[in-house]
Design a protein around this ligand. Structure first.
Ligand SMILES: [Zn+2]
Length: 70
């Protein structure tokens, strides 16, 4: 199960994504945490997934509003 570098999935950084930056995080297998090279975010897989869900929900709402301009 040991992996180096990126984790099994490329999770985007929720902290950067909120600032319109789509940054892949790296996985620290010793700490069992994902971390972002761009900001100070670190979090467990669980935390990352939870925040990504929150952001996806928020962005979907925003996208709906944006499409209204067409
Ligand atoms: Zn980040």
């Amino acid at each position: 199960m040991a992996q180096s570098g990126k984790g099994k999935l490329n999770y985007r950084c929720p902290s950067c994504f909120m600032r319109d930056l789509d940054i892949d995080m790296f996985y620290d297998k010793e700490k069992k945490e994902y971390y972002c090279l761009r900001c100070q975010y670190t979090g467990s897989e669980e935390d990352v997934l939870e925040k990504n869900e929150m952001i996806r929900f928020r962005y979907r709402k925003m996208m709906e509003r944006i499409t209204d301009f067409d």
